[in-house]
Design a binder for this molecule. Structure first.
Ligand SMILES: [Zn+2]
Length: 326
């Protein structure tokens, strides 16, 4: 499609009055990561090219503008693009932040407050580390059921399978499941030598330099797996910590995982009660004026392996028809 000029043609179509929210996680190279390589959204060079292209073709929205749009108080002349980042990895500060500053664009960073300044791998990176570094070609798990996997062919497929189990059940004892993977792979808790999450000073600098900050809960649970009281605790605690540290109102949240089953009606009640005005999911789609639930603002994925052509086709189709085709 890129070769035949279709991308350029899509860029010429009239844009819809909609909000397209792009979701990034990590910026950098997958080559020497200890964690999950699928979390990488772009290299610094590709990210800068994306930001420049987006600025040229669309309106890069601030978080405040996005809130006003979702609440029906603002419209965009050109499609609004909101750039969001989940989890608060340090590479967001090292790479995304200076690129956004250089290009006078705002990013919105959703911070998981228990990870601030941490060198500890979160559960998804911990599982990836164990699978990638295990010396065993075959592994067998006894919990939550008897399962065996071949690590010698494609460990990333095994990773997808185990992450799906982790995310799936209310009933799953998640710590027990992680211990089971540790036993099966022969590897325990791994602590990288370097810090992997943004610290408090970096966060303050980003906020004071015009970046928007939102909550990604306190400890990154699947909210729908918690009682309503525990959900409230997660979203109130992270909001309060960020507000006390940054001296700003925290009005936005990105749901951990973000799939349709990762939050529910109780979660939306809790967010309203805690004073959030907007919450972002992560299962694709765009947001059309007057038809967007402020507690289910859709985002779509940016992946490092997608390449520039697919990134542009996705964004262009979202801007033209209101939802990405690919
Ligand atoms: Zn997350």
């Amino acid at each position: 499609m890129a070769a035949t000029g279709t991308v350029r043609m899509l860029e010429k179509f009239p844009q819809r009055n909609c909000l397209v929210v792009l979701n990034y996680h990590r910026i950098g190279s997958t080559s020497n990561t200890a964690g999950d390589p699928n979390l990488y959204s772009a290299t610094p060079k590709d990210f800068e090219e994306q930001v420049r292209w987006l600025k040229w073709n669309y309106h890069i929205s601030s978080l405040d503008e996005a809130i006003a749009f979702v609440e029906g108080k603002e419209t965009f002349r050109r499609t609004g693009i909101l750039l969001t980042f989940d989890d608060g990895y340090k590479d967001n500060y090292d790479y995304a932040f200076p690129i956004l500053q250089r290009n006078k664009a705002q990013g919105t960073f959703f911070i998981c407050t228990s990870y601030i300044g941490s060198s500890q791998l979160p559960w998804w990176d911990q599982i990836a580390y164990m699978l990638k570094n295990s010396k065993k070609a075959q592994i067998a798990l006894n919990y939550p059921e008897r399962l065996s996997f071949d690590l010698s062919s494609d460990w990333l497929q095994v990773l997808d399978h185990l992450l799906a189990i982790y995310k799936s059940g209310h009933e799953l004892d998640k710590d027990k499941f992680l211990r089971e993977i540790a036993i099966a792979t022969g590897l325990g808790d791994h602590r990288p030598n370097q810090r992997i999450f943004i610290d408090k000073d970096e966060l303050k600098e980003m906020s004071e330099s015009g970046m928007a900050i939102g909550s990604h809960t306190h400890s990154h649970p699947l909210l729908s797996h918690l009682s309503q009281d525990d959900q409230l605790e997660e979203v109130v605690c992270s909001k309060r910590m960020l507000e006390e540290h940054l001296g700003i109102d925290i009005q936005s949240l990105a749901y951990p995982v973000g799939s349709p089953d990762s939050f529910d009606g109780r979660t939306q009640e809790v967010l309203c009660k805690a004073g959030y005005r907007i919450a972002f999911s992560f299962y694709g789609g765009s947001n059309v004026v007057g038809r967007t639930n402020p507690y289910d603002v859709r985002r779509h994925h940016v992946g490092i392996r997608d390449g520039e052509a697919l990134f542009r086709v996705r964004t262009s189709t979202a801007a033209v028809i209101g939802s990405p085709l690919f």
